[in-house]
Design a protein around this ligand. Structure first.
Ligand code: DGJ
Length: 328
């Protein structure tokens, strides 16, 4: 980096910092673009998850920055008060091969849950070997939200194969792990144990060969979204609804014109933002760039949702006011 470009980056970071400090009212989200953090670097939180603690949102995801040690897998944590300006907090995992999985082991789609009883932060993640044959979840724990998470163990939840995982926290605070089960041709929604360190109870197995599973509870209905099994390539993501998490679940329908292949993205989470005026549901998708993973982008859009229908509008710049819940 030349001294000039370094200075320019610092100026950009300072401006972003000021913008973040002033952030109130509607904030702009630009789907598919580079999203600079407070340091001016593209956010590295791929295949991620978001939790809200007090008035702050925390975003955790795969850190695929260039120049990292290829023998390790990294998870980063960012915070924001408006879901538009992100502050880098820490590289919360720098995980070496946690077993005997080989140099090309996989750590993907990290999700963090806060357990109010134990006051611990529990991270779930997909752990695999290079062939994706192991199909396990890993669990790590930290005393602070952006601390250095300690890897505890990996296992097959409820004894089943588990690849892509998702997280769902219901309105009553109950925490669920969503995991794709290839032999069963579906994905599970499973309740975590009291301490969140284990996957305790299968609430339902949704019979649809989908990954990237995401669930939201909106106006008395559960909506589940998933993506077909096409590796890094986008496909038409689909949704189903149910009155109870246990099901029965409706048939799956497209969330967007199928020819757009979800506008080049893959589902990772449905984030509900409850404001003083209204509630927004944001589709969080990854736009993967398998050969330049560090440059993978984020397609976030508020969905049109209600009465059993969910639709992802064509991506364009939009604004979100987290205080009122208004997304335009
Ligand atoms: C699709 C999954 O959703 C991603 O997380 C990743 O595992 C890729 N497949 C690997 O091909």
């Amino acid at each position: 980096m030349t001294p000039f470009s370094k200075k320019r980056n610092l100026c950009a970071a300072a401006l972003l910092g000021i913008a973040a400090a002033l952030a109130a009212g509607p904030q702009t989200v630009k789907p598919g673009e580079v999203w600079p953090d407070d340091r001016g670097q593209h956010v590295q939180a791929h295949g991620g998850g978001i939790i809200r603690l007090g008035d702050t949102y925390y975003w955790f995801g795969e850190d695929r920055s260039q120049g990292l040690d290829p023998a390790r897998r990294y998870v980063a944590c960012y915070s924001s008060k408006d879901l538009a300006h992100w502050t880098f907090r820490n590289q919360i995992m720098k995980q070496a091969d946690p077993g005997d999985l080989g140099a090309r082991f996989v750590l993907e789609r990290p999700k963090v849950f806060y357990n109010a009883k134990t006051r611990k932060y529990i991270m779930y993640m997909h752990i695999d070997d290079a062939r994706y044959a192991l199909a396990r979840v890993g669990v790590a724990v930290s005393d602070t939200v952006d601390g250095d998470y300690k890897f505890l163990r990996s296992f097959r939840p409820l004894g089943q194969e588990s690849r892509d995982i998702g997280q769902f926290i219901d309105d009553d605070g109950a925490a669920y792990l969503i995991f794709e089960d290839r032999p069963a041709k579906g994905f599970h929604i499973a309740r975590l144990s009291d301490d969140y360190l284990d996957v305790e109870k299968d609430v339902c197995l949704i019979h649809a060969p989908l990954e990237g599973g995401a669930v939201v509870h909106y106006k008395g209905l559960y909506y589940a979204v998933g993506s077909a099994l096409t590796g890094w390539n986008p496909n038409p993501n689909k949704y189903a609804t149910a009155e109870r998490l246990e099901g029965p679940w409706s048939e799956f329908k497209d969330i967007a014109p199928p020819e757009t292949r979800t506008y080049g993205s893959q589902s990772t989470m449905l984030l509900k933002v409850v404001g003083s005026k209204t509630t927004a549901v944001i589709f969080m998708g990854d736009v993967w760039k398998p050969r330049t993973q560090w440059d993978s982008r984020y397609l976030w859009m508020p969905v049109e949702i209600g009465d059993g229908k969910l639709w992802l509008p064509e991506p364009r710049e939009w604004t979100l006011d987290v205080a009122t819940g208004e997304a335009r």
